[in-house]
Each structure stands twice: as C-alpha cells, then as structure tokens.
Ligand binder design. Structure first.
Ligand code: SF4
Ligand code: SF4
Length: 350
C-alpha cells in the first residue's frame, strides 16, 4: 500500500505529463451535465463535479462499436471474410470516476470475462485502462451505494483512489497499474500509510453519514424465482413505464447489446450497439413472436435480472451499485429502491 500527496497546484502538470503514455478520459461538463469523455489536447478532467449523467461504462463498452469488418469486393482475395475491426487499445486512464462506477465495472466483468467466454473487445479495453477514482465526500439524495456493497470510498475495481482534501489530493495506490500511472504523472510525495489510511476512514464514515437512502436485500436470496416472478405488484410498477430505456442506458451495470451489419458500397462492418431489455424489439424473434411482449414482462425482467437472477447466479450481491442514476432519470419516477424493498419483503399469501 502506498499513499501519495498531490498538491493541486501540481495536478495539471502531472496529468499533462501522463499523456506521453496514456490517452485520458475524465468528467467534462456539457449543456446536459457531466459526462465521462475523452480529454483532448489541453483538456483537464473537471474534478469539481458531483456526479455524471452517464458512467464510465462507454470507455470499455462504447455505445456503438465496430467489431468486425470485411470487403464484398470479389477481386480481393479475402472478400467476405470477417476480420476483427482495428481499435486502439493503447494505455488509457480514466480520471475522477466515482467509486460506485468502479464497482459496477467489476460486476460487468462477471459477464464479459468468464472462464467459458471472454468478450475480446471488452477485455482488451479493460486491460488497457487504468481507473483513477475520486472519493465522493458528500453523496447526494439519490445515492444508496452504501447498501449495495459499494459506497462513496469503495476501492474495488479501482487502481488509484483519490481523496479530495481541498488544496490537495491524497492518492491511495491500489494496484501496479495505479502505481505506473502515478509514476507517469511524476507524483512522488509519499505520505505516511497509517495517518493516510486513518484519514480515508474518517472521510468514508463522514460521507456515508450523508447517505440517507438505503435498500434491503437480505431476503432476496431465500425467495424462489417463481415466488417473486408471480408477485402481484408487477402490473402496478410497470403501469407508468413508457419503455424509453433511459434507466438501462444510464446504468453502469447494464450490458445488453444488439448486433447489426452495415454495408457501404463494398465495405461491410458488423457493429455492436447498446440495446435495452425495456424495448419491445429487444426480444422480438424473426418469426414475429415476442416472449416479452407486454410492458409488465419487460419491467419485471429488468428488476428480476438486477435483483434476483444476477444475485442467484454469481453470489456477488445485486447487479446495482446504488448510483441512483435510473431513479433520477426515469421520466415517470419508477424507483429501484422501492422495487427492491418490495421484492425483498414480499411474502406469498397462501
Ligand atoms: S440500477 Fe439504477 S441505481 Fe442501480 S446501478 Fe443501475 S442506474 Fe445505478
Ligand atoms: S426510465 Fe422509467 S419509463 Fe423509461 S424504461 Fe426505465 S422505468 Fe420505464
């Protein structure tokens, strides 16, 4: 374990220095709020942000991604042979992500990086990326991360965790990748381990006091899938949903996608796009049959996946880190905290 003190006066210079090795990403403000974006020349991450509209998910799993290409030109020897699209996987660092988003990456990893199957696009992007988190000193009203196994100073999934101490950052270096990044920035003022850890503990406890919103998940595991699936509350929960998919797109743990082929003249590309289980088209078969053709079925699927199927399959808690984005963004106020508590406390009437 190593702690480094970074004077904020030296921050910009260090970040610029790291560009020799890393492509940089970080929070950037636009007219709709903060987004985690690529930091072009002379751009610095805006570390004074509170939370971002979208998470870091798209750095590893872009909204639209070319995965395979081929040529239809029969004069070419390799025509119609699909080849992996060329993508830049040189080292990259994402700066200032919130700790719950790093935990979300670890949950997504359970899907994309398994013993049976490794998604090469996600895995290569993950390997190339160094995650530099920024502890959240004052979580907002939608944050319920401390009851999801994450929290405002969660370290899981991070390579470095920064604590904002007004005029300086205290950096906790968590992995070799993190150490390489700190070195590339030229930050070398070593802080005392014991004092620094005590400071992190105080900040974490203070931050957690701000989290007033909680969920209960203790009884989810003991209930059967069928029991919750057939609970009478799903029609009521789904009633107002307009199937916009916003909750899934803003969610750092949602990973559904669709594959499409696009051809322009003789160049053909296979593209992976984010998709959403909230859309009727998502499960529509070529025959026209749709196994989830009602809104209730789709809304239930989203919550059952996050709060029951995932929990049962991986035994790593729920597929939600409590960032609160879906609660904040849903145009009709469907709230996963309420749904989770309903599922958790549901008792089947005999
Ligand atoms: S389900 Fe909602 S609160 Fe949970 S991680 Fe996704 S967006 Fe955040
Ligand atoms: S954001 Fe709300 S309305 Fe839109 S799909 Fe999700 S639950 Fe339905």
């Amino acid at each position: 374990m190593k702690f480094i003190t970074i004077d904020k006066k030296d921050w910009a210079k260090g970040i610029e220095k790291s560009r020799k090795t890393y492509q940089l990403f970080g929070p950037v403000k636009d007219k709709n709020g903060f987004f985690i974006k690529s930091l072009g020349k002379d751009m610095l991450p805006d570390m004074d942000y509170h939370d971002s509209v979208m998470s870091v998910k798209s750095v590893l799993f872009p909204q639209t991604e070319n995965i395979l290409t081929t040529t239809l030109d029969e004069a070419q020897e390799d025509h119609h042979i699909m080849k992996r699209a060329v993508t830049d996987y040189s080292p990259r660092a994402v700066l200032g992500i919130r700790p719950y988003d790093a935990k979300a990456i670890e949950l997504v990893k359970l899907n994309f990086d398994t013993d049976d199957y490794k998604d090469p696009y996600w895995c290569d992007a993950y390997e190339a990326t160094t995650f530099v988190g920024l502890g959240l000193n004052k979580p907002g009203p939608f944050d319920f991360s401390s009851s999801t196994g994450s929290g405002p100073f969660n370290e899981e999934g991070l390579d470095v965790l920064l604590a904002d101490l007004d005029d300086k950052y205290l950096a906790k270096v968590l992995t070799d990748k993190g150490e390489a990044f700190i070195k590339a920035c030229g930050f070398d003022l070593i802080a005392d381990d014991k004092e620094s850890q005590a400071l992190f503990d105080i900040l974490r406890k203070e931050a957690e006091k701000n989290i007033v919103s909680k969920i209960s998940t203790d009884k989810l595991k003991e209930k059967t899938i069928l029991e919750i699936h057939e609970a009478p509350f799903w029609d009521d929960i789904a009633f107002s949903c307009i199937n916009c998919g916003t909750c899934t797109f803003v969610c750092p743990t949602c990973w559904c996608f669709d594959i499409q082929d696009e051809t322009k003249r003789k160049a053909s590309t296979r593209i992976r796009n984010w998709d959403t289980c909230m859309s009727p088209l998502f499960t529509k078969h070529a025959t026209g049959h749709n196994p989830r053709d009602t809104k209730t079925q789709r809304v239930r699927q989203r919550f059952m996946h996050k709060l029951k199927y995932f929990f049962d399959k991986y035994d790593q808690g729920i597929m939600c880190v409590g960032c609160g984005r879906c609660v904040k963004s849903c145009p009709v106020n469907i709230d996963i905290r309420e749904v989770c508590n309903m599922m958790n406390s549901y008792e089947k009437q005999e």
